[in-house]
Design a protein around this ligand. Structure first.
Ligand code: NAD
Ligand code: TYD
Length: 359
């Protein structure tokens, strides 16, 4: 039975990945989820999973090398999937330091502990040990409007403190591969959307605000472009890269779904108006009049777009969920999980750990 150490599994992508993995492998795998439960970590995202015998949650900071090395000492870890990070660009502009700490130092701790646990005396590693570092396309910088894509060979040119810290963490992983022949992969994915995303990010924020009749703050001219991928397709890509990809390689993950932010906001409004029955009182709140152009984000990258040719050729990955379907599934999920959203926006989700774990 393979044992996974997943970091940041209480966050948006990590929790979707854990759900995906248990749906795919059931009792064939074991997952240990280590998460510090920052504001972005929500154990409610893992309801149901937490009842499984082959799942364990450990509350720990990835910067805490004693805690992380203890997990490696007490368990025979076969796979590390490293999601834990500070992930929101706007927060990184306000408070860059915690991004450097978690994203760079935390990754260094994860690499060190994995290496210490796995490296044999002759400097080689057992064949079944693999580390996957989850990164972002934002490390490549910004593309001009309507022209070009990010490839694995595109030079790094990060602009925000978030993307710089992720670039730093990627470089550390590369250094471990080059220096110690450490068995790793890096995936650089485009913007994700789907269930369990914290409502500070564009899509859940706009859904929640629209339902509550609050303004929809569009930065700058609203024409910045992001390349959106349904989160489950990202989870699938990570698993395929780790099991079928070539070690030491980087893979870009994206589904050729470029959209301007203003288009996304309009699609959300139109879909809400279409899906909500007239009897739902929230429908009256939803209107294009809520769109409000606000001051632009500092250093706002204009366009991201991934060319996923390498991952497709290497492991046969391509997205299953097209945007038209994915955005409906996502909106439907938020409509059906009003309590989840209320708990998140009120801060109540942070009490879940105490209740669940009796601390
Ligand atoms: P998220 O902010 O929703 O979740 C991050 C998780 O990490 C939370 O559960 C949080 O509690 C945990 N965490 C933060 N600091 C920690 C620490 N010091 N120790 C232990 N746990 C800690 O983020 P996400 O959107 O799920 O992103 C996950 C990963 O994917 C990140 O590495 C991010 O850079 C990358 N990524 C995200 C996107 C996206 O669109 N969201 C796209 C590409 C790549
Ligand atoms: P975001 O979801 O924060 O992801 P990222 O910055 O990592 O791409 O933002 C996506 C895009 O939406 C980005 O161009 C900024 C823009 N945006 C807004 O216009 N208004 C908002 O309230 C937010 C959160 C983002």
């Amino acid at each position: 039975m393979r044992t996974y150490l997943v970091t940041g599994g209480a966050g948006f992508i990590g929790s979707n990945y854990i759900h995906y993995m248990f749906e795919k492998y059931g009792d064939e795998i074991r997952i240990i989820n280590v998460d510090a439960l920052t504001y972005a970590g929500n154990l409610e995202n893992l309801k149901g999973v937490d009842e499984r015998d082959n799942y364990t949650f450990v509350k720990a900071d990835i910067c805490d090398k004693d805690a992380i090395s203890r997990i490696f000492a007490e368990n025979d870890i076969d796979r590390v999937v490293h999601f834990a990070a500070e992930s929101h660009v706007d927060r990184s502009i306000k408070n860059p330091e915690v991004f450097v700490k978690t994203n760079v130092l935390g990754t260094a701790v994860m690499l060190n502990c994995a290496r210490a646990a796995w490296e044999k005396e002759d400097g080689t590693y057992p064949e079944d040990k693999k580390f996957l570092h989850v990164s972002t396309d934002e490390v490549y910088g910004s593309l001009p409007e309507g022209n070009g894509y990010f490839y694995e060979t595109t030079p790094y040119s990060p602009h925000s403190p978030y993307s710089s810290s992720k670039a730093g963490s990627d470089m550390l992983v590369r250094a471990y591969m080059d220096t110690y022949h450490f068995p790793a992969n890096i995936t650089n994915c485009s913007n994700n959307y789907g269930p369990y995303q914290f409502p500070e990010k564009l899509i859940p924020l706009m859904i929640n605000n629209a339902l509550n009749g609050k303004k929809l703050p569009v930065y700058g001219d609203g024409k910045n472009v992001r390349d959106w991928l349904y989160v489950r397709d990202h989870a699938k890509a990570i698993d395929m890269v780790q099991e079928q990809g070539k070690l030491f390689e980087t893979y870009n993950v994206g589904g050729h779904n470029e959209k301007q932010n203003i288009e996304i906001v309009q699609i959300i409004i139109d879909t809400l108006l279409e899906i909500l029955p007239d009897s739902d009182p929230r429908k009256a709140n939803v209107s294009r009049d809520l769109i409000t152009y606000v001051e632009d984000r500092k250093g706002h990258d204009r366009r991201y777009a991934i060319a996923p040719d390498k991952i497709k050729a290497a492991v046969g990955w391509q997205p299953d969920t097209m945007f038209k379907e994915g955005i409906r599934l996502t909106i439907q999920w938020y409509l059906e999980h009003e309590d989840w959203m209320k708990n998140v926006t009120s801060g109540d989700y942070q009490k879940y750990y105490e209740t669940m774990y009796n601390v």
